[in-house]
Design a protein around this ligand. Sequence first.
Ligand code: NDP
Ligand code: MG
Length: 384
Amino acid sequence: MEIKHNISILGATGSIGTQTLDIVRENPDISVRAIAAHKNIKLLEEQAREFNPDFVSVTDEKAAAELKIKLADTSVRVLSGESGLIETATADGADTVVTAVVGIAGLKPTIEAIKARKNIALANKETLVTGGHIVTALAREYGSALLPVDSEHSAIFQSLQGSRDKSEIKKILLTASGGPFFGKTRAELADVTPADALKHPNWDMGAKVTIDSSTLVNKGLEVMEARWLFGVDIDDIEVLVHRQSVVHSAVEFCDNAVIAQLGTPDMRLPIQYAITYPYRRPMSGNVLDFTRYNTLTFAKPDTDTFFALSLAFEAGRKGGILPTVFNSADEAAVELFLAGKIGYLDIADRIAAAMQNAPCVQNPTIDEIFEADAYARDFVKNRS
Ligand code: NDP
Ligand code: MG
């Protein structure tokens, strides 16, 4: 079925953003109306020249001014600041917005995109972790589809195409690779360096999500993301460590049938499916060869070593601002860890302390979510 797609991309220069543009290269009927990033103007210039969007937006004002000069010989306009990011999210002519910025910075533009009745190809899990109650209600009100890009959630979404009624879901089986430190004890992780933690066994991703995969914070964020995307209870989500990353996740139904989506680790599939849904399209790249795998293994996660995962379940169960505190404390702690200012184990310790000291705010407004974000960052930075 031939349907033209017009997209805009928030975070075009990142891992998901550049893979989205790979999909566009392979599908001439997908056109890019607007792209945004933070400050990588070298790549943004190349992308603007290749994909000819109506405009490019750069959050960093100084970088935006430089890009304006570089693109002066083209018809591509250059916008800047947070307002530019929001204009990208609401760009005229785009029917789907790929939200691939990293962190809570994705929340406000996604809300504006929904209000502009765009469909959301959602990579930025932090949007649902922090503002899931607001975002899902708005999506229903404005008739926007939330189409998962995260590979596990895409797998669950694809598995759910086999069911007509949400009440048939018994359990979500969310798979996790286990990261580079699978099988280690907490004591063995005390001296982990950023370079050690940046080596992911199966997926090639941005720095923050790679560190989060090693601590299982990423899986914790994904549990909360799944809770909102699929409307299930936190305790109906089970994390399964599956080292080979072949089963991308599964759903167990009321009749005990389990439907899973399998494949090679390639983010382009979930990105493409989110854009072309409900249709599938041919794709280049590796197909799954079952004969390459003698065994597929599944195990319960080790929540003693990776206790951030238990913290995420706690945050998800208690709700309110705690998921935001979990997320923002982690964003701040990962930044400190990458800068060599705190140790690896301090990441989870600081998240736990920030959660323990957080005030109780249920059903937070957007302003209260950003207050919780500021509290958590401040708490993590000022704790010695
Ligand atoms: P990257 O770090 O590779 O890229 C982040 C992108 O966001 C860059 O384009 C960056 O611009 C831009 N950006 C960062 N901060 C801002 C800001 N304040 N305003 C505007 N743009 C900003 O991240 P990933 O692509 O790895 O991840 C993006 C999201 O997708 C995350 O939420 C992650 O959890 C999720 N995800 C990623 C997966 C992956 O395979 N990478 C898998 C599943 C989910 P610049 O380059 O200019 O700094
Ligand atoms: Mg994932």
